[in-house]
Each structure stands twice: as C-alpha cells, then as structure tokens.
Design a protein around this ligand. Structure first.
Ligand SMILES: Cc1cc2nc3c(=O)[nH]c(=O)nc-3n(C[C@H](O)[C@H](O)[C@H](O)COP(=O)(O)OP(=O)(O)OC[C@H]3O[C@@H](n4cnc5c(N)ncnc54)[C@H](O)[C@@H]3O)c2cc1C
Length: 480
C-alpha cells in the first residue's frame, strides 16, 4: 500500500473549497493534515493574529476530526518539519496551497528541492486568490501596475465558478505522527489578557466566516456602495480576517455574492462592489508576488530618499489613540479593542501618520501587523504604500486627508466617535469633530478638560499639512 499524503495547511484553514485537501483525499491514500508554526522562516505572526490563529486551529482540528482526520501541529522551520514528518511516515506526496509572501514562495521552492530527491512529490494548488498572479499580464506582457486594467482583466479571465464541497471523510493513517499540544504554543495572551474585545467581536473559524458573510448579505449588501464608507454602521462584510486565514476562500465569498445578486436583484450593485474589493485583495497579492520587496521598500524607488521623521513620542500618541483628533483616536482605539478598523478610518489614520506626523509608513505597517486580526503582508503593505503615495497606482503624496472633514462627512452624527471615545460623548454632533474649538465653558459642561480627559491636538491640521507639503516640495526639487 502506498504511503500517506501530507496536506500542509498554512493560511487555508478550511475543508471546503480547498483544492490541496480535495486532491489529497482523492488519491485514496491516508492524509496527514499538518500545520507548522514557523517563526524561523516566515515573518512571525503579530499578537492579534496569534490569538486568531489559536482559535482557528481549534476549529480546523474539530472539523477534521468530524471527518475521521486530525490536525497535526508542529513548530519549527517549515522545510525541516515537513521533511521530518515525511521521512518518519513514509509519505509519498506533499500537497499545499500556493501563497505569495516571499517567505512562503521560498518555502515552496525549498520543499521541492528537499523532498523530491527523497521520492516525495510536491504539488501546489490555487485557492488563495481569485486569479493566478503568473497568468495575469498586460497587453505588452509585463505585470500590471495599475488597478483598473488589472480588475477588468481578472473579471474577463476568471468568471465565477462553483466552490468545491468539503470532503466527507479525511482518512488518517493508522499511525498518526506526534504533534504538539496547541496550548504549549501560548498563542493566547495571558498577563495581561488583552483579548477580551477580540473575543466579544469575532468567531474565528469557517462557520464564523460563513455566518458573518450571510449576515452581511442579509443586512447590508444592498446598501454596501454607500454604507461601506460609514464607520458608525456595520456596512461592510468584516470578512478580512476570515479571508486572511483562509477560513473562507475568495471563490466561496464571490459565489455567495453572485447567488444573492441572482436571487435579489437589489443586491447586485453591492455584490459587484464587494467583488471589486476582492479583486483589490488579488491586486495586493499580485504586487507582492511580482515585487517581493513591497513590505519594506517603496514601490516607487525615488521615495527611498524621502525625509521622514523619527518621532517616537508622536508615534506612541498615534498608537494609543492620543493624537487629539477624534477620528484618528477612535480608529486607533477600535483597532486596539477589536483587532480591526474600518477601511475609511484606516486611510485617515494612515494618512495622519505619514503626512501630519511625517513618520515612515513602515512604522504604521509594523503596528498594524501586530494589532490587526487581519494583518496580511500583501494587503497591509500595498495599502500603506498607497496612502504614503509611494505605492502602485497610489494617491499622490500631496493629497492629504483632512481628518476633521473626513469625520464630519462620514460620521456626521458622531456615532462612531461616541462609541470609541465615550469621554467626548456629551459634545454636540457639530462640536465632537473638533473638541479644541469648543468654548471652555461648554467643554467644562461636557466634563472635558483638554490635556487631561482628552488630549490637545499633537499638531494642528494646517501646520501638519503645510509641513508635509513643504517637505514634499523640497524633496522633489532636491531629487530632480
Ligand atoms: C493602511 C491600510 C492597511 C490595511 N491593512 C490591511 C491588512 O493588513 N489586511 C487586510 O485584509 N486589509 C487591509 N487593508 C484593507 C482594508 O482596510 C480591509 O481589507 C477592510 O477594511 C476589511 O474590511 P471588510 O472585510 O469589511 O471589507 P469589505 O469592504 O467587506 O471587502 C471585502 C474584502 O475585500 C478585501 N479588501 C477590501 N478592501 C481592500 C483593500 N483596500 N485592499 C485589499 N483588499 C481589500 C478584504 O479581503 C475584505 O475582507 C488596509 C487598508 C489600509 C488603508
């Protein structure tokens, strides 16, 4: 009898629409389902992601056990661990889903060159994205650098298709290799346990992903186009961590949207708009695949000489939500409490960091990496670079978001601000966006002492904007 097949789970923590798992089961051989916690050859997970990962692995193991399988957990460098499991179990093949982080691509190449000479075939499958980054090329044959033509090309090349169903059985080998006890990985915070807000907000795992998508489709898909910019309502899917960990595939999400649009035509515009966001996700991964330095290095190389500031005090104020700008502070506190932030607010807080404070986008990327439950190398880097003006198809640096106007426009009644900044709740809808402009008597009536109960602005909008534009101008002149 032939030996087992290893399915290596990385960020595809689901049974359904998982081509690598489906192919492994279809061999008829026993399947070893393996997850490796690799802090050696991958960028280590941030704190919030570790919390998510713990719960997602519990869920995946439960789902596999219900099909007769089990999830084997090991820790170490992926290639060494997989080679060891393959050798000790007589494995004949390794199946895995392709990923696009530079380290993941390196792992895939290293697995091939290590295992194949030992008689273990290595097969890579899709499923992480809607489109294959190697297949998408401009008319001239080069990689896309602009989103809209990429978007059109994806829609043309990749029509919606039906996801693959979950296997009903995942036959495990009689002698399962040993694995670690998940608790020994200590992925959950203990002292202090800061994850209370995450527990209240999320249900990691495939069932949680599908429940969230169903609720979004029922409650908000028909208003997504306008609602997606309003941070005070649940106007977006909040699927991003589920997609990041692969608890739901983008094809499954797209199929659900198409189904809704067919059945309820009033949701068709919203469904197309969410599909467009899924293609933004593909685009970020596409950029990372073709430009692997994206997480650290400006996509537009001239920005390497941009005169950023090193300002640890301002960085800390931004991280803690103590800038004195309510929309920025509310966003940073939503992030700290829930591990997630609304997209409109992400753009505002990111712009504030790189423009008003002139702190390098890499510092913001690193903070998001640690605190977001959806921290994703491709999406995070591509979006930070977009805001900083140095990315592909980016907003130019001189376009500076005004955090006061953004707040007035997208949270006019202060719903989002009051949720995350209860200390400002007593201000009127008009005042809450600019507490520093409120007369002292009215501030006192609202129980606010600037500098004590709520910070003074660490920079004024006008001064921050002027400083950023002057630096940009001087840098451009120096560079030309
Ligand atoms: C500075 C900055 C950093 C970001 N960092 C991340 C990150 O680390 N991980 C992450 O998943 N997203 C990141 N985003 C993109 C975006 O903010 C989130 O994907 C979105 O807020 C998730 O909410 P949602 O699931 O409700 O999105 P929806 O509006 O419901 O969109 C559906 C899905 O499309 C994808 N998507 C939406 N917007 C974008 C986008 N701009 N770029 C790429 N994919 C997108 C996500 O997978 C999302 O779940 C970042 C944006 C900014 C401005």
């Amino acid at each position: 009898m032939s030996g087992p097949v290893i399915t290596l789970f990385r960020r595809d923590l689901r049974l359904a629409d998982n081509p690598a798992l489906a192919a492994a089961v279809a061999t008829g051989q026993p399947v070893i389902c393996l997850f490796v916690l690799d802090d050696e050859t991958a960028r280590p997970f941030g704190g919030a992601s570790r919390w998510w990962l713990h719960h997602s692995l519990v869920d995946l193991d439960r789902a596999l056990r219900a099909c007769g399988g089990a999830l084997i957990l090991r820790r170490g460098a992926t290639v060494d661990v997989v080679a060891d499991v393959a050798r000790t179990t007589g494995t004949t093949a390794l199946y895995l889903a392709r990923r696009y982080e530079p380290w993941a691509a390196d792992q895939e190449n290293a697995l091939k060159s290590r295992l194949e000479p030992e008689g273990v075939s290595v097969r890579r499958f899709g499923g992480t994205l809607l489109s294959d980054p190697d297949a998408m090329r401009t008319g001239q044959g080069g990689p896309f650098k602009v989103f809209t033509p990429f978007y059109r090309a994806v829609l043309k090349a990749v029509p919606p298709t039906q996801p693959v169903l979950a296997p009903t059985t995942v036959p495990a080998p009689a002698d399962l290799p040993d694995g670690d006890d998940l608790d020994t990985w200590a992925l959950l915070p203990r002292t202090p346990d800061w994850a209370g807000g995450l527990c209240e907000t999320w249900t990691p795992g495939a069932a949680g992903a599908h429940d969230r998508l169903d609720s979004f489709v029922d409650a908000a898909l028909n208003t997504y186009e306008t609602g997606r910019d309003v941070p005070g309502i649940d106007g977006t899917s909040a699927l991003s961590p589920h997609l990041h960990f692969g608890e739901i595939s983008p094809r499954q999400a797209r199929a659900r949207l198409c189904f809704a649009a067919d059945r309820q035509p009033e949701t068709a515009t919203g469904a197309a708009a969410v599909e467009r966001q899924l293609v933004w996700r593909d685009f970020a991964h596409y950029l990372l695949h073709h430009w692997p330095t994206l997480p650290d290095t400006p996509f537009r190389p001239e920005y390497a000489s941009f005169p950023w500031y090193d300002d640890p005090v301002a960085l800390k104020a931004w991280q803690r939500g103590h800038t004195g700008f309510p929309l920025v502070d509310a966003g940073m506190r939503q992030l700290w409490h829930t591990g997630w932030m609304h997209n409109r607010v992400r753009m505002v807080v990111a712009s504030f960091l790189v423009k008003h404070l002139m702190i390098p986008w890499q510092a913001g990327e690193a903070w998001f990496w640690d605190t977001l439950v959806d921290a994703d190398l491709a999406n995070n880097a591509a979006n930070w670079q977009w805001v900083a003006g140095c990315g592909a198809d980016a907003a130019p640096y001189f376009r500076v978001f005004n955090p006061i106007l953004q707040s007035q426009k997208f949270d006019p009644r202060g719903v989002y601000l009051r949720r995350w900044l209860p200390e400002l709740a007593a201000l009127s809808d008009k005042q809450i966006h600019r507490p520093w402009a409120v007369p002292p008597l009215e501030l006192a009536e609202a129980g606010i002492t600037l500098g004590k109960t709520y910070p003074e602005p660490i920079v004024t909008h006008e001064a921050g904007r002027a400083r950023a534009l002057a630096a940009f101008q001087a840098w451009r002149e120096g560079a030309s």
